[in-house]
Design a protein around this ligand. Structure first.
Ligand code: ZN
Length: 365
């Protein structure tokens, strides 16, 4: 947690994030939305302009009822000045993206391997990823800065690859100091948030679940309304739900993602209900243990399941005493790729607040 919710750096981060999402905005909009006094907003915006992070856009349309006085001048992020790169891994390939602070993709390339990631050596994978990073890094305009790279990973997959060490290797090979790792569910949640989906609209904390090749999870929290959310990776896919279930590559058996994976895309109504119940049972365990009121489910595999699965999921989660609510996220594969790169911007903003978002590597950079 932050030691101070009132410091200048913290307010700078809030203003940067608000400008990122709502630009162009006037100083009075910032003051109203963030509850800061106008003089403080003026000083902070002047400093951000001085740092080259924000620029003025020109006069904004006047609000109804406003008379006389100076016209309102809008500000926006000086987005041509900074970019972030992301590499999103899936089980047999990756997609690398370059984004601007608004989350627009300015460059992308993908690699699909003929074999699963688990059969490649770390050296081969590193070689291919470095080539992609070099190629995208070359697309950053001459006067702009590439702030760093984010890696979105399939969690414990492959079993023999330590993603934090892999990131440390990439960092050492490229002299990129800002390099962050989180699981793909964090990337999806962050990407959805970057795209404007307010995941914490109704709750101060949620469990975000991404159904892709496996089952990924992220706990999304914030201390109070208006704060930047914090995204923590959780290894949801390896919660055990059936001691007699199928074996998992992690060494256990009956893991949530093995049971769910064997039922996804089956197309049979009965199996989809079974899937919904299995997923609901596993998710409910974690949500209850962490006292999280709402689960938000998204991901490309979600669209392969029949609505019966979602009904069964909601019914399982909604059992009495302390029901867990279920919502569906709009998170898409594109948002997930953006989210991997957005790890950099989020960490950049969070660093200014003194917050330490959980689940990212390195823990303090
Ligand atoms: Zn497992």
């Amino acid at each position: 947690m932050s030691t101070s919710h009132t410091g200048r750096a913290y307010h700078e981060a809030l203003i940067l994030d608000f400008v990122r999402r709502k630009a162009p905005v006037g100083r009075s909009d910032l003051s109203l939305a963030l509850g800061l006094n106008p003089a403080a907003v003026g000083n902070i915006v002047a400093r951000l302009i001085g740092l080259g992070l924000v620029r003025e856009t020109g006069p904004l349309p006047s609000r109804g009822g406003a008379r006389g006085g100076r016209p309102r001048v809008g500000v926006e992020l000086a987005e041509s000045t900074c970019y972030a790169g992301g590499v999103l891994f899936w089980r047999s390939g990756f997609v690398a993206t370059l984004i601007d602070p608004k989350g627009a993709i300015t460059g992308a390339l993908s690699e699909k391997f003929a074999r699963p990631l688990a059969t490649l050596s770390a050296g081969t994978l590193r070689h291919r990823v470095l080539a992609a990073m070099g190629s995208l890094g070359g697309q950053v305009p001459p006067l702009a800065t590439l702030l760093g790279w984010g890696l979105g990973t399939p969690g414990w997959y492959p079993r023999d690859l330590n993603w934090a060490s892999f990131a440390a290797d990439l960092s050492a090979s490229t002299a990129v100091s800002r390099m962050y790792v989180a699981n793909n569910a964090v990337a999806a949640a962050l990407g959805a948030w970057f795209a404007g989906e307010d995941l914490l609209e109704h709750d101060e904390r949620i469990l975000f679940v991404y159904l892709g090749g496996g089952v990924g999870g992220s706990v999304v929290t914030r201390a109070r309304a208006g704060d930047l959310p914090s995204f923590t990776s959780v290894e949801l896919g390896h919660i055990g739900i059936d001691p007699n279930g199928p074996p998992c590559y992690c060494g256990s058996r009956g893991c949530l993602e093995q049971v769910v994976g064997s039922l996804v895309g089956n197309g049979e109504c009965g199996r989809d209900e079974q899937l919904g119940r299995a997923l609901g049972y596993g998710l409910r365990n974690l949500a209850v243990a962490l006292d999280i009121p709402t689960v938000v489910v998204g991901g490309k595999s979600l669209w392969l399941v029949h609505p019966h699965a979602l009904n069964a999921l909601a019914a399982t989660m909604g059992q009495p005493l302390k029901p867990v609510h279920v919502r569906v996220s709009r998170a898409t594969y594109d948002m997930q790729a953006v989210g991997a790169a957005a790890l950099v911007f989020h960490r950049y903003l969070a660093a200014a607040t003194g917050e330490t978002p959980g689940g990212l590597w390195p823990p303090s950079a």
